[in-house]
Each structure stands twice: as structure tokens, then as C-alpha cells.
Design a protein around this ligand. Structure first.
Ligand code: XMP
Length: 524
């Protein structure tokens, strides 16, 4: 068995790509999405990456993101100055725009604006340039900045301005270096996508050949190359990500892939049965189902700390795999459905760790298998598109995302079999009613959470002292931000009444109205 390692990331990259140098932007992922929506692969990398690494990655263009820093502060994040002489087109957005001004003009070219500019505003074009090709003279854009570029450095043309922002856009056409103070990536800049397209295709000369189908083809070829004649094991969780990862690997190596489904007892109602039916019966894949329910309950006994639960479930999960791998013999590849937001949120790209996602952060150091992670670069809806292209049914594809540590992070406090049963029943009722009201497909994620409080109630003529269940439903594009979903009163009423009547031990239901941020989607 080999030690833990991944295929070198650069080997997985498509030929044409845009690199997004992140300086702490709120919108870095959104920028990446917008670029990909134009069939150009994009990737977020740390803002201080060295110029020679960039050269090695051969990007068509660089985007310097916004960020909370001020270029005139000594410790504000900065790019390697050599990136400006690589001859690769650059687009700076907000703080990125100010970085360009400070590099070419000096820190005095950026000043604290007398008035902060937040929200919608109108820019007026000052000069013609391919960046604004076919766009109107006046454009509505979204601004969110305190600092501003006061004048354009030598060689740069002022392309647009507002009354408060003399250099709302500037460009050095010969060097293909551009900066915009506003945010073209957000919906509040209606022509933002057109501007981005002008940059991608007019200035960076991208061809726009990246697509989900080309991704899938390339991915299958790379998996074949990585695994060679070897054999692999894949943990199916019941969720979309591991299912699609398994399908891709199955396409690549067929029966040399064995899928292991660990029933850790922390699953939603009927999930275990569904996985067996789909993968074993319908897709004809090698599937081993392991009943590890008792083992996980034992590991989780008396544990209440959320991070500890996450880590324990993650570790135990991998251990079960290792045991299965050993039992099956001769397997040295482990397939995981890690997706892009997991990678970014787990802090591997320089951003802060928010929660340790179990398929990234919880791996034991001594794990003795080489990882195959074909979805590492994809956002959730892109994973669904791959799944659909490979013929996976909507039952699995459209089921709401489910965290690796399962119901363990939806039970506040200690996990017990009794609580799991209660939660599963309440959760199933919520799902059923949302489906009946045709809301399920419009919601990113919905679930029940079992709280660690007991409250007094009255049922019949008797006093009760039961548990509280919280219902959570959110809309989101990629789980990085989320808004609470406005479930109509009558649906909530029906769910609440059914839970009271059908799930013994619960005597109160509440609805969670927290967005992300400041909350997270899961409660733990
Ligand atoms: P949070 O709670 O951080 O969740 O807003 C963002 C998204 O990630 C899911 N999630 C996980 N997925 N392993 C996973 O595969 C995990 O450990 C994990 N924790 C949270 C969560 O359900 C939401 O979709």
C-alpha cells in the first residue's frame, strides 16, 4: 500500500484556465462560477502565489479579487510584483483594481474615499476599449468600497468614472492589464457578464471549450491514468458527491472498483435501502454494504462537542474502509467525493477553517491509500450535471446535500439510538410535506435538527416534558452563503402538527430563520 497522496493537481487541469488570485474576497467563488458559466475553467488560488508557479500553470488570464485590505497599509495582502510583467492579461476587481494602481503608480494613487460607495451606482464611460465592447455609455454597477483609485498610472486610460470614483475602470490595452472598482460578478451589475465575456474572449482570447461533458471525459481518462491496472474502493454515502465520483471511476475502471456503503446509522430515513437498490441492482456496480451502526454509536457515546463528533465520525469511517480494503485485498486507491467548496472551506487554499468537513479534514495521518478525488474542482450543481450526463436518477441527484458526519451533527448533545429515531421520523415528515407542496426542488437543503433542550407542554390533559425539533430550510447557490427559505405558514403548520402527533418524545417545533453568514447551514 502506498502512503497518502493525491495526483499532482496540475495534472488534472484542463488546458485553458483563468486563475483567480484571492485577496480575501467575499465573492471569489462567485467570480470562479461566472467564469465557468462561460465555458472557461477557473480556479481560486492564494493571492501571493509566486509568478513562476503561475507561468507553470499557463493560464489565459489572471483575476485579482477584492478583499478587506487597504493597499497603503503595510501588512495588506499583495501579489508577487513579477506577475505584472508576465504578459498574461490581468483583471483587477475592487481591491485588485487598487493593487494594480498601487503597483504601477505607487500607494499615493489609492486614497481613502471621502465617501464610501456601497450598492448600486451608475458609471459613465470615458473611452472606448474592448473591455466595454457593445456596452452602453452609462451602466448600472454594484460598488462596495471605501478606498478608491484617484488617478490612472502612466500608460493607463481611464475607461469609466462616477462622481465619487474618478477611476471606476482603467486599462492598459498594450499590456492587457485592466482594473474595475465595481463588481461585474454580482447580479446587481446587470451587464457584468457581458463585461466578463469581453475580457475572457476579447482580451484573454479564450476559446470557451470547457464543459461538463469535456470535464467528464477528461476526468475518466485521468482516473484511468492514475489507477492504471490497480483496484479502487469508494465509500458511498448516499449523497450526490460520492455517487457521482463512484460513477466516474466506474466508467474508468469498471469492475476494478468496489463500492463500500457504510451504514453508520446516522443516515436519513430509507437512505440505506435506496443506495443498495440504485448501485447494486440498477447500476450493477460491485457494492459491499457494511452494517456499522453499533460501532459508530459506541464511538459517539458521551461525546457532545461538535468538532469532536465530526472528527470521530470521519476517522471511524475511514477505518471501516481500511478494514474493508484489507479484507478485499489488493486495493490501494480510495475514491472520495470531495467537492470544491469542501476544499476551500476546509482552509486548504489559505482561507480560515470554518468546520472540518469530514471528507477532507478528518483523514487519519496514517491512512494507507492513495486518494482519487475526481470532483475536487466542481461546485455542487456542476456535480449534478456530471451525474445527469452519466445517467444517475433524479432520486439521488436532486436529494438535498447531506453532511458526511450525518445526523450526528443534527443532534445537539450526545447521539443515542432513541434520538436518532426521533430525528429521522421528524426529518422524513418535513421532507414529505415539502415534496407534497412542490417546494422540495426549490430548496437547497431542508432538514430537522434535534435540540438538547426539553420544554414543558400539554398533550391531552397531561403535562409533557419533551424535546424540541428545529426545522431548517435554506436557499443557496453553492452552500457558501444561504438565506432561510420562506416555507408557507400552512406547510409549516402541517409539518408541526404531524411531528407532534407522529413522533413521540417531541413536544415543540421551531423554525430557523438564520442566514449564512452569520449562521452556517448545519447547526454543528
Ligand atoms: P455549513 O454548515 O458549513 O455547510 O454551512 C455547508 C454545506 O456543507 C455540508 N456539510 C458537509 N458536507 N462533509 C460534507 O460532505 C461534512 O463534514 C459537512 N459539513 C457540512 C452542509 O450540509 C452544507 O450543504
Amino acid at each position: 500500500m502506498r502512503g497518502l497522496m493525491s495526483l499532482p493537481v496540475e495534472q488534472l487541469k484542463p488546458e485553458e484556465q483563468i486563475l483567480i488570485l484571492d485577496f480575501g474576497a467575499q465573492y471569489a467563488q462567485l467570480i470562479a462560477r461566472r467564469v465557468r458559466d462561460n465555458n472557461v475553467y477557473s480556479e481560486i488560488i492564494p493571492g501571493d502565489i509566486k509568478a513562476d508557479e503561475i507561468v507553470r500553470m499557463k493560464p489565459q488570464g489572471l483575476i485579482l479579487t477584492g478583499g478587506p485590505g487597504s493597499v497603503y497599509e503595510a501588512d495588506s495582502p499583495r501579489p508577487d510584483p513579477a506577475i505584472f510583467s508576465l504578459g498574461i492579461p490581468i483583471l483587477g476587481i475592487c481591491y485588485g483594481h487598487q493593487l494594480i494602481a498601487a503597483h504601477f503608480g505607487g500607494p499615493d494613487f489609492v486614497e481613502a474615499g471621502e465617501q464610501h460607495e456601497y450598492g448600486r451606482t451608475t458609471i459613465r464611460r470615458q473611452a472606448d476599449d474592448p473591455l466595454f465592447a457593445d456596452l452602453a455609455t452609462e451602466l448600472t454597477v454594484w460598488m462596495s468600497h471605501g478606498d478608491r483609485v484617484c488617478c490612472a498610472p502612466g500608460g493607463f486610460l481611464v475607461l469609466a468614472s462616477t462622481p465619487h470614483t474618478p477611476v471606476a475602470a482603467m486599462g492598459h490595452p498594450q499590456q492587457a492589464i485592466y482594473g474595475v472598482q465595481f463588481h461585474p460578478e454580482v447580479n446587481h451589475t446587470p451587464q457584468g457578464m457581458n463585461l466578463l465575456r469581453n475580457w475572457l474572449f476579447g482580451i484573454c482570447e479564450c476559446r470557451g471549450e470547457w464543459s461538463i461533458e469535456s470535464f467528464a471525459k477528461r476526468s475518466v481518462a485521468l482516473i484511468r491514468e492514475q489507477i492504471g491496472e490497480g483496484r479502487a474502493i469508494c465509500g458511498l454515502s448516499g449523497g450526490v458527491d460520492s455517487a457521482v465520483a463512484a460513477l466516474l471511476v466506474h466508467q474508468a475502471i469498471g469492475d476494478r472498483l468496489t463500492c463500500v456503503f457504510v451504514d453508520h446509522g446516522l443516515l436519513r430515513a430509507n437512505e440505506a435501502r435506496q443506495v443498495t437498490e440504485v448501485f447494486d441492482r440498477d447500476l450493477g456496480m460491485n457494492l459491499v454494504a457494511v452494517d456499522a451502526r453499533e460501532r459508530f454509536l459506541n464511538v459517539l457515546a458521551n461525546v457532545t462537542d461538535p468538532e469532536k463528533k465530526r472528527k470521530l465520525v470521519g476517522h471511524e469511517f475511514i477505518r471501516v474502509f481500511e478494514e474493508e480494503a484489507q479484507r478485499l485485498g489488493g486495493l490501494d486507491y480510495l475514491v472520495q467525493g470531495t467537492i470544491y467548496p469542501d476544499v476551500v472551506e476546509s482552509g486548504t487554499q489559505g482561507s480560515a477553517v470554518i468546520k472540518s468537513h469530514h471528507n477532507v479534514g478528518g483523514l487519519p495521518d496514517d491512512m494507507a491509500m492513495e486518494l482519487v478525488e475526481p470532483l475536487r474542482e466542481l461546485f455542487k450543481d456542476e456535480v449534478r450535471q456530471v451525474g445527469r450526463a452519466l445517467g444517475l436518477s433524479d432520486d439521488i441527484l436532486m436529494r438535498h446535500p447531506f453532511p458526511g458526519p450525518g445526523l450526528a451533527v443534527r443532534i445537539m448533545g450526545e447521539v443515542t439510538e432513541e434520538k436518532l429515531e426521533m430525528l429521522r421520523a421528524a426529518d422524513a415528515i418535513f421532507e414529505e410535506e415539502l415534496r407534497a407542496a412542490n417546494l422540495y426542488g426549490r430548496i437547497w437543503q431542508s432538514f430537522a435538527v434535534l435540540l438538547d433542550v426539553r420544554t414543558v407542554g400539554v398533550m391531552g390533559d397531561r403535562r409533557t416534558y419533551g424535546r424540541t425539533v428545529a426545522l431548517r430550510a435554506v436557499s443557496s447557490e453553492d452552500a457558501m452563503t444561504a438565506d432561510w427559505f420562506r416555507v408557507p405558514d400552512d406547510v409549516l403548520d402541517q409539518v408541526g402538527r404531524r411531528i407532534m402527533n407522529e413522533v413521540s418524545g417531541i413536544n415543540r417545533t421551531v423554525y430557523d430563520i438564520t442566514s449564512k453568514p452569520p449562521g452556517t447551514i448545519e447547526w454543528q
